[in-house]
Write a protein that binds this ligand. Structure first.
Ligand SMILES: [Zn+2]
Length: 335
């Protein structure tokens, strides 16, 4: 590098600072820039990256083997965080003898096959897999995380997997025998747990075998969970009907208001809806108004889509959603 020649004094200072553990970026030489310092480090073959040198690593291993705790571990030029990380890597690599830490153990092929069988094919949840004990030595958290990583936790896939769960011939026979025999008076929820299939599937077999529970029987044997589901379903339907009615009334009221305003002498300015292109009045009754507090003023903005369009769009989105749900349950019943 063309420039002022490096004096012996300057070179010694660089070496001394490095030896004292000063990180290269913090080396200070009067009238020398970082570019200059980097140049001289290269010329002098001085190791200036933050990598662990073999001697630093050896020093750390020696200190750890003396059973020193993290605050007592000292390597010049290395922060506590760097020392902690290095210690973790050394431990995982087995360089620290029989010291064992919370190391991540990779899932073996066998474990992955087990996970595939129960979590994916049978559609078990991470909790069920853990509780069943088919993966000894794996915590619920570990199983849950792994399932997420391999995609078994994806709600759509889980749903599909559940639908795809078919009973083997043997299982089907046992279920049939059970349904016409001792399981006749068991709740569908209980049987769904025993055979690891959905409640819907149990009810499907009941219908097909002509041993469906009457409403009274179902009520008598069903558990709180089934009751809760039934009540929730009824509530959902009621709420949906209520919302549909509410929207209809709202739309009628808005159209009525618009007509009344049009007959006035000094109507408000017109605002065209971006979705339906209808020239409404620019009033909060027709367009949502948002007030946002800014540092030194109040920002008022009016929606570009009218309230009616917003409601209709929302309604459509909901319809599509319920349609999709209906479709997926219909696919099951065809099995
Ligand atoms: Zn509109």
């Amino acid at each position: 590098m063309p420039g002022k020649r490096w004096t012996r004094q300057e070179r010694r200072s660089v070496r001394q600072q490095l030896a004292a553990g000063v990180p290269p970026h913090d080396i200070a030489i009067e009238n020398r820039t970082w570019t200059g310092i980097r140049y001289i480090l290269r010329v002098l073959h001085l190791h200036w990256s933050n990598r662990w040198t073999p001697s630093q690593t050896r020093a750390l291993i020696a200190q750890v083997k003396q059973e020193k705790t993290l605050p007592k571990l000292q390597i010049p030029g290395k922060s506590a965080a760097a020392i902690n990380a290095k210690r973790g890597h050394l431990r995982n690599a087995g360089s620290l003898g029989d010291q064992r830490g919370a190391s991540k153990q990779k899932y073996s092929e066998t474990e992955l096959r087990i996970l595939d069988q129960y979590a994916w094919r049978l559609g078990w949840s991470a909790r069920e897999v853990h509780a069943s004990g088919v993966l000894p030595g794996r915590s619920y958290n570990s199983i849950s995380k792994k399932m997420g990583r391999v995609g078994y936790g994806d709600p759509v896939r889980v749903q599909r997997a559940k639908q795809a769960r078919r009973l083997t011939d043997d299982e089907r026979n046992r279920l049939r025998q059970c349904l016409v025999g001792e399981g006749r008076q068991l709740s569908s929820e209980e049987l769904s747990r025993q055979f690891n299939i959905s409640i819907k599937a149990v009810n499907f077999y009941r219908r097909r075998l002509g041993v469906s529970l009457s409403w009274h029987e179902a009520r008598a044997v069903s558990s709180t969970e089934e009751k809760r589901q039934r009540v929730a379903e009824a509530q959902r339907r009621w709420l949906k009907a209520w919302w549909a009615k509410y929207r209809q009334r709202k739309i009628e009221a808005l159209l009525d208001l618009q007509q009344r305003l049009e007959r006035r002498e000094h109507p408000a300015p017109i605002r065209v809806c971006r979705a339906c292109a209808y020239p409404w009045f620019a009033l909060p009754a027709f367009f949502q108004v948002q007030r946002r507090k800014m540092p030194n003023r109040l920002k008022v903005s009016m929606a570009r889509t009218c309230r009616i369009c917003k409601m209709k769009l929302k309604q459509e989105a909901e319809k599509e959603e319920s349609f999709a749900t209906a479709l997926s349950s219909a696919t099951w019943d065809q099995h």
